[in-house]
Design a protein around this ligand. Sequence first.
Ligand code: PEP
Ligand code: MG
Length: 886
Amino acid sequence: DKYVYDFSEGNKDLKDLLGGKGANLAEMTNLGLPVPPGFTITTEACKAYLATGREPDGLAGQIEAHLESLERGMGRRLGDPQDPLLVSVRSGAKFSMPGMMETVLNVGLNDRSVVGLSKQAGGNDRFAWDSYRRLIQMFGKTVCEVPGEEFEHALEDAKRAKGTKNDLDLDADDLRGLVDAYKKIFAKHTGREFPQEPREQLDLAIRAVFESWNAERAILYRRQERIPADLGTAVNVVAMVFGNLGPDSGTGVAFTRDPGSGAQGIYGDYLANAQGEDVVAGIRNTVPLQELEQLDKKSYDELLGIMARLEEHYKDLCDIEFTIERGKLWMLQTRVGKRTAAAAFVIAGQLVDEGLIDLDEALHRVNGAQLAQLMFPRFQLDHDFQPVAKGIGASPGAASGKVVFTSARAVELAAEGESVILVRRETNPDDLNGMIAAKGILTSRGGKTSHAAVVARGMGKTCVSGADELEVDVPGKKFTVGGQTVGEGDVVSIDGTTGKVYLGEVPVMPSEVVQYFEGSLDPEHIDNALVRAVHRIMTHADGKRRLAVRTNADTGADAARARRFGAEGIGLCRTEHMFLGDRRELVERLILARTDDEREASLAALLPLQREDFIEIFREMDGLPVTVRLIDPPLHEFLPPLEQLAVNVAVAQERGEDVAKEEALLAAVRRMHEENPMLGLRGVRLGLVIPGLFAMQVRAIAEAAVAVAGSGGSACPEIMVPLVGAVQELETVRAEAEKIIAEVVGDSGVEVLIGTMIEVPRAALTAGQIAEAAQFFSFGTNDLTQMGWGFSRDDVEGAFFWRYLELGIFGISPFESIDRDGVGRLVRIAAEEGRAARPGLKLGVCGEHGGDPDSVHFFHEVGLDYVSCSPFRVPVARLEAGRAVV
Ligand code: PEP
Ligand code: MG
């Protein structure tokens, strides 16, 4: 097996085998760019090592052969006492895992070759000894697990002895002394001397990189980023070049465009007389890359030329690490660079203009998650608001409110109509009520998968987690940050996209992209690169997609907004809100009715109200299909809670008041009480149990459609029956509904379809039978997930999902993104068997998943006709439906 590739043997498409870094070093080498020579040990070798605990057969020999050819090419031998070749040993997995795995520089230095290195460097002893002490430090820490602080303390001691705080003030003798100190530390912790044999150094460093794949922090990082655990890392062995050889040397990073905005230009930082790790450690301040032009015009021009070449070659924004060794430029790394959501759209648009990519490719380069980010409201930061802290943008949005430190206080203040921000060190399941009540959540601990982050995302609530500059004192009801104290009731603003925290109330405004979707920014007539790019890419997505996109809306206002956002109809109009507010009393009367007359009277009172609701919605969606779902939740949701009612009645009785009415209500609530209401008397079951309820709704829908048609409009209602598990349920409802529809519609020309939700597993599994009675299916993936997994959708996120995510049992909540293997399989079966029974059966989805990017691709693959999602998700679904095609 071939385990080692020279840079000249690889290319950028071999990331699986060579890792990202190795594949791109190979690509640059083959482009003829100045890459220090080297070779890559494959991820296969790493996997074999991790599986067996030893290097695979043949690896040592292949390393030997490649090392020899490297030595020949460089005209130096590894660790040669006179004129040593030194190498770096760097990890490089398929997906970038910044800082998670190991790197060892200066391999090949020992007590003798340090002298040769000094000679090579023109008698620069200081440089040689500094390089040697760096090797012992890095090697000790990463290869032999010597505690890093020990080395740092020794360095501090050396500086203290010298009376300085700056590393650069240590001279060659000081550093030689430091090398001795480091060697002692090494021996003390490892029970052996620092290895002097260069090849042994190399082998141990390679092994350490293999093993770092399974370092705890790397495992954690992979879980969070959903990187598979079995990929392994490649190892790059590269001839060392030095940026710390004097003022004509240095190191830097650069982007070929601004990764923040996408604007063209030169973006980067440079640090003279330094190595890469100094830049990361932030010991000295970097200068803008433009200043390199004054320092070293030749290298600067060459770098710009290379950057242009890389962009042209990769046809994308690249980021770059480089080093200049005594006026000679070396490329140490490149890759297609990370960027913000806005930059992703702008750059994709620019690249199309430049003729580097076509619009299909542009569609690949952006995604729905980025578009969703661009649609969150944002802070208007044109005044002088400076952030006081920066944490992790855990759940996007912009929220301002009064600070509270306990869940109870959050609930109290929210009940008084205040906006509150719940501030905690971290949250736990006890904080759930407070989190629901709060506008936003701010924690000083925890990352993207902390309880706070997961729960907030699940609720769609703004959250900044891990703002560790905050000193949170919950008992003292205050936090301090940057010397300021913020107490309960003080106002803060948090940005869940950037993770920034501001004191005071920062005004909020809709994003430009939302203004564009709303129709208030005309992309043809404004000078806004982002809006123009979004417009262009969305237009292309619309032209490509096969899936239609509808919206979930149950008011005229929502319907109108969704239509502006591109919705092509309503996929789910939930009728339950139409039973709330002033109408609650009518519903109460319906539930308490003891005779047919009483019940019919309350239904008759509800009918015109429902009809008006539907007329409004049909008008807004004129000419487009509107799926109206008959009432779904259990009726007792429209009654007061049992405990509260019981207390009220008891108190009133005590006072001797007349409580006959309340007692009747209480009795009804008791009678209807269910242990598991979500599995109880709801949906179609309710329709079959309460005579006249569904009939009233069907009549209201049909009458509304006829009324709209009569006034010159066009209504296309689709009546949907919820929670069907057996065809017999649907047949019963349908028989009654068809009679009413025929009677109401007459010869008005209005057509009303009758279909069903598929949201009970049994319905999915008997879809062939159900399709005989249904003119369409709409998958209710919320309930299908709930019942498929047996997870209570209202409880799990706070109760235990955070733990499941932490353990990697799933990478994302199955309520957020469709579980393809399980719940998705039910969808697939139902789609296939439904269509087999009734060719052309219309299929849609109206669960939350309809607006989730990954899920949209799944629904495309399964062959649904449309997805339906909340108005703000409509553009996301349009984009992803387009991306699913190209
Ligand atoms: C569903 O279950 O997916 C659905 C859309 O219905 P609801 O969320 O109202 O139960
Ligand atoms: Mg449902």
